[in-house]
Design a protein around this ligand. Structure first.
Ligand SMILES: [Zn+2]
Length: 405
């Protein structure tokens, strides 16, 4: 008996419908007295970016057989040659491409519509007209077997095209990469929740900024393509520091007490290592929660040792030696690139803040031609604009600063 083994790689999401189809077909196999089709999942794996979960499956169909003869192909003669629909995996001899109207059983050339190619256990092929099948095989209902042969031909031949593709709703995204990207967005632009974006026109949610990294590149417009590339360059997961943060966040999730649905869901996706599109918001939010906690701990540790006084006089222009300790970008209604909050400290640890759009850069800031390096000390000349308190720290707010080395 000819056994047809066919291996396919299909998106895992299509497995259920493939199995359902086979179950349905097999009801016919039982009625026809033929052997059912079997399906076995050999392995499951992820592939591509975004990743799709695939299953490698083996589908086995047994070609119907009687009296030592198996069905190998269905053949429809046309003026341009024969149309051959073979059971997958069976190599039909060349001559059947042009054999035309001829029956090996009755040895007659007749104008028939359909022939079958049969193969015996010795490997010999023959071509038999549809109406001669009964006499040739000596079976009472050879047509039923021929029909089943056709089912196997058509079904096995179509698995690749019918079940082989997927849509992006099945895409999977690596937890670590999403976290790394979220960290980069939040560090540069702060965190924007869905609620905040709803209330402030023009704000984009952090989750949208992150998911845009993982979109397929926009097609057609070179301008959109350029924008997307820049976005990925700025916020993509391929960044060593962000990857290290992502690993820390995953460990942090592991160590959390499982005391809410939120933590429970995080633990589930953390364990899986993958999320689907709808879980972007969940992961992005935990990057923010983790960052706030980490900053708070760092802040508490540092502020214990620091002086906490206001500097200078309101409205007066002053020059100080200040250490640049960090910055954050905020969206602005005045310009596209936003406003940068630059944090300085004097030698005693007093806090000075300068709000400006006169600098460039995300991770590393440049003021005019001066590259600003975290931890380095600069000469800052500016006007004292205000005194404010932020989380227990007194901040001297500066305006119109000139920064030099
Ligand atoms: Zn015949």
């Amino acid at each position: 008996m000819t056994e047809v083994e066919t291996k396919f790689d299909i998106p895992e999401i299509n497995l259920v419908s493939l199995q359902t189809k086979i179950t349905k077909l097999n009801k016919r196999a039982v009625k026809l007295g033929c052997e059912p089709i079997t399906l076995e999942v050999l392995e499951e794996y992820f592939e591509g970016t975004p990743a799709i979960k695939y299953a490698k499956v083996e589908v086995i169909g047994k070609a119907p057989q009687y009296n030592g003869w198996s069905f190998a192909a269905k053949l429809d003669p046309t003026e341009a040659g024969n149309l051959i629909r073979a059971i997958p995996g069976i190599q039909i001899p060349e001559k059947y491409k042009t054999s035309g109207n001829y029956c090996d059983h009755c040895k007659m050339h007749r104008d028939r519509k359909t022939y079958y190619i049969l193969q015996n256990e010795a490997g010999t092929f023959c071509q038999v007209g549809k109406n001669c099948l009964k006499d040739f095989l000596g079976h009472t209902s050879p047509q039923a077997m021929a029909n089943w042969a056709q089912v196997i031909i058509e079904f096995l031949g179509s698995i690749g095209s019918d079940y082989g593709s997927s849509n992006t709703s099945d895409a999977h995204y690596k937890v670590k990469d999403v976290l790394a990207s979220a960290i980069r967005v939040i560090r540069t632009k702060g965190f924007t929740s869905t609620a905040a974006a709803r209330d402030h026109e023009g704000l984009t949610t952090t989750s949208d900024e992150v998911s845009y990294v993982f979109f397929n590149p926009p097609k057609g417009s070179s301008k959109l393509m350029e924008m997307w590339r820049n976005h990925v360059e700025r916020f993509g997961p391929a960044n060593e520091a962000a990857q290290a943060n992502a690993t820390d966040i995953m460990t942090w999730i592991e160590n959390q007490e499982n005391n809410s649905d939120y933590i429970h869901n995080l633990k589930v996706v953390n364990e899986l290592g993958w999320i689907k599109w709808k879980e972007f918001g969940l992961l992005v939010s935990v990057a923010w929660v983790w960052m706030k906690e980490a900053e708070k701990a760092e802040y508490q540790r540092k502020s214990k040792e620091k002086a906490n006084d206001y500097l200078g006089e309101k409205g007066k222009r002053e020059t100080w030696e200040l250490t640049y300790v960090g910055h954050r970008w905020f969206d602005s209604q005045y310009n596209d690139k936003g406003t940068c909050m630059i944090k300085f400290e004097d030698a005693k640890g007093n806090s000075v803040v300068w709000w400006t759009s006169a600098v460039e850069g995300d991770d590393t800031l440049t003021y005019k031609d001066l590259k600003m390096i975290e931890g380095d000390t600069y000469t800052v000349k500016g006007t004292v604009k205000d005194f404010r308190e932020y989380k227990g720290r007194n901040q001297t707010i500066m305006a119109r600063c000139a920064v030099g080395k």
